[in-house]
Design a protein around this ligand. Structure first.
Ligand SMILES: Nc1ncnc2c1ncn2[C@@H]1O[C@H](COP(=O)(O)OP(=O)(O)OP(=O)(O)O)[C@@H](O)[C@H]1O
Ligand SMILES: [Mg+2]
Length: 211
């Protein structure tokens, strides 16, 4: 059986991590060790070290292209150490964020060029894109309000950015969705959490059944 690669994408507070946890429980019950759930930087030493540099609040002077290159480097290592071996073993891989996050956050949000960031990530990933991407769509105000309400302790450098930045990010995601309609499926993440979880679970199960 061939592997299956599914990414979860969307702006901050869309519900990716919460939904992924719920999906993992149901899908994991069927697949057992044939399911790998991961997120960048993925727990490997090199990517974690890179991530520490990116998210260190003292690094406020980081150039946007430096940031984009570091994310791509961390992604590369996570891909080669974690994702590719699992896919080669025929596993289903669910990943919290991947290339689209860089296109939306660095390309659109930091305005260094969505195509340039996409192309740089094509080099980093050797062109490996997910078989399916679930894009959790919420207006920026909703996503930010959720983060503020539930995760006051989790304020990293990116969460301190203004609403304007989040709006650019969402616009970037919407352009990606329009550019890659076959890969990217939109989930309306403003719906009640249980509805979003059910929709995402159905889409993942469908992809598993069709692989
Ligand atoms: N559909 C929903 N309705 C209401 N609250 C939600 C919904 N989805 C998620 N939440 C809540 O919003 C908060 C943010 O969710 P979560 O951390 O899963 O988002 P995320 O997309 O992973 O964000 P980030 O990109 O910052 O990691 C959580 O407290 C979660 O319980
Ligand atoms: Mg998350």
């Amino acid at each position: 059986m061939s592997g299956l690669f599914i990414s979860f994408e969307g702006p901050d507070g869309a519900g990716k991590t919460t939904v992924l946890e719920a999906v993992t429980k149901t899908v994991g019950a069927q697949l057992g060790d044939q399911l790998l759930v991961t997120r960048e930087p993925g727990g490997n030493q090199i990517s974690e070290a890179i991530r520490d540099i990116i998210l260190n609040p003292e690094n406020t002077e980081m150039d946007p292209r430096t940031e984009a290159l570091l994310y791509a480097a961390a992604r590369r290592q996570h891909l080669t150490e974690t994702i590719l071996p699992a896919l080669r073993q025929g596993k289903v891989v669910l990943c919290d964020r991947y290339v689209d996050s860089s296109v939306a956050y660095q390309g659109a949000g930091r305005q260094i060029g969505e195509q340039a960031v996409y192309d740089m990530n094509t080099f980093a990933t050797n062109g490996l894109l997910p078989d399916l991407t679930l894009y959790f769509d919420v207006p920026s105000e909703v996503g930010i309000a959720r983060i503020k309400a539930h995760r006051q302790d989790d304020v990293d450098r990116l969460d301190q950015e203004a609403l304007a930045f989040h709006k650019l990010v969402r616009a970037g995601y919407l352009r990606l969705r329009d550019a890659y309609p076959e890969r990217i499926t939109t989930v309306d993440a403003t719906q009640p959490l249980n509805t979003v979880i059910q929709t995402a679970t159905d889409l993942v199960n469908q992809a598993i059944a069709n692989r």
